[in-house]
Design a protein around this ligand. Structure first.
Ligand code: FES
Ligand SMILES: [Fe+2]
Length: 458
């Protein structure tokens, strides 16, 4: 049995969730600038969104052994995501129960216990207070569970991806993911053994609201304009064939790629229909960057007939999978958005490696080396364009009197958007229906009184 502590609406000066008329701020075709700029709205989001729904925390491969830990955040809450001595994955608040300092200042490591750097209280990695210095100074029984570390009450993994929520009424994670789960399966199952191992990250921080990144995650409308220099590079290598993102160069809506909204704020952009179905088809899309031809020649020299099949494992899967509010699978990377304040956000791109299931042999090292080099493609030459847009939107939204952001591309055009039996929605690549839909989820969560709690070991 664990001890649950229910969390009521925050007794804030803003009066919790009755702060604004949310239906006014987010309408069918437009959103008010305040949702990106108002610190009071950001404060509610940190409870109702990053707390009220499933939020991505970490990947199991980052804590493969007992007592491995990694420090992360759930909204603004500092966390220690740990695999405890029994192998159970927990998300402990990185906060000492004495006077509130962070307990762990390392990014990651292996520890059976955490000793607070301030006065030395010592906690087991299951969250229990093990001991305090000079206990004779306390009249009280220090075994009271209130001194054990607070924990996220619900932590669940989907095929290695660890999510957490404080909401006791949230659907089980697999149901919450719903129709996007099989797309995540496809992303994993193209790799030997159906898995990835997460490695170090490429880190960006931008001066803009976190939602600007999520609004962009399925946006096929901006590519030809915002990523012009990257497209020009790719076009130079493309010849007659569209490579990389060069298939955005003409009207993207005439291409076989599409976007699909799958519910609960989740969506994906599927560019796989643009692939040629042959060994090397995926690599052909990926190889449109200077220097890639040398890697290709070396793979052919080393691996002969198998070269293109192996190169496909190095290339980025052309699908962007976005799980609201903070998680994207982009190519062969995991991107995570971390809000810092209403106008500042981290965008972190974790690289992924594949494992040898017995078929790859020596090639696995070469494939993984080349997977890291794909950071030199979109993450370095594309993400900077996006981040520049996010910062400039945040600046533009300081024009107080011009209040609305429009997201109505595709709305009201007959037969453009298709509704499916499972509730999901398909639209052409440049449509903004994904944004209209994830804002419905945002609004639902902002209006709710979520059943939030933390837990402690007894
Ligand atoms: S703040 Fe942690 S022991 Fe005092
Ligand atoms: Fe972009």
């Amino acid at each position: 049995m664990t001890v649950l502590e229910k969390i009521g609406p925050p007794p804030s000066r803003f009066g919790g969730t009755v702060l604004y008329d949310w239906d006014y701020l987010v309408q069918e075709d437009r959103a008010h600038r305040l949702i990106y700029t108002d610190p009071a709205i950001f404060e509610v989001e940190m409870t109702n969104i990053f707390g009220g729904t499933w939020t991505y925390l970490a990947h199991e491969s980052e804590i493969p052994h007992e007592n491995d830990f990694i420090t992360r955040r759930l909204g603004l809450r500092p966390l220690i995501v740990v695999r405890d001595a029994t192998g159970k994955i927990r998300a402990l608040y990185n906060r000492c129960t004495h006077r509130g300092t962070t307990l762990c200042r390392w990014d990651k490591g292996n520890a059976k216990s955490f000793q607070c750097p301030y006065h030395g209280w010592n906690f087991l990695n299951n969250g229990k207070l093990r001991g305090v210095p000079w206990p004779e100074g306390y009249a009280e029984d220090m075994r009271d569970p209130k001194y054990n570390i607070a924990q996220v009450p619900r932590v669940e993994s989907y095929r290695g991806f660890i999510f957490g929520t404080l909401n006791l009424d949230a659907l089980p994670l697999t149901q919450h993911l719903g129709p996007i789960a099989p797309i995540i399966d496809e992303w994993l199952d193209r790799n030997p053994g159906g898995k990835v191992v997460v490695c170090e990250a490429n880190r960006f921080r931008f001066k803009g609201n976190w939602k600007l990144a999520y609004d962009n995650s399925c946006d096929g409308y901006h590519v030809a304009y915002s990523h012009r220099s990257l497209l020009e590079t790719e076009n130079r290598f493309a010849g007659e064939n569209a490579k990389g993102m060069a298939y955005y160069r003409n009207s993207p809506d005439t291409q076989p790629m599409y976007m699909r909204y799958t519910g609960h704020g989740n969506h994906f952009k599927d560019k796989r229909p643009n692939l040629e179905k042959r060994p090397g088809g995926l690599w052909a899309l990926e190889s449109a960057h200077p220097g890639m031809e040398h890697y290709e020649a070396e793979f052919i020299r080393r691996y002969g007939d198998r070269a293109f099949e192996l190169l496909d494992l190095a290339g980025s899967e052309p699908v962007n999978i976005n799980v609201f509010p903070n998680f994207s699978l982009l190519g062969n990377h995991i991107q995570v958005f971390e809000p810092i304040s209403v106008g500042e956000t981290n965008a972190i791109w974790y690289g992924t490696m594949i494992v040898d299931d017995g078929r790859l042999g020596d090639a696995v090292g070469d494939i993984n080396t080349l997977r890291m080099r794909t950071q030199e493609g979109f993450p370095n030459f594309g993400e900077v364009d996006d981040v520049a847009n996010f910062e400039q939107i945040q600046r533009g939204l300081m024009a107080l009197e011009d209040e609305w952001v429009y997201m109505h591309r595709g709305l009201g055009i007959p037969d453009r958007i298709k509704q499916h039996e499972d509730g999901s929605i398909t639209a052409p690549a440049t449509d903004e229906v994904f944004m209209r839909e994830h804002f419905k989820e945002w609004k639902r969560l902002m209006k709710a009184r979520p059943n939030l709690a933390i837990q402690r070991e007894p």
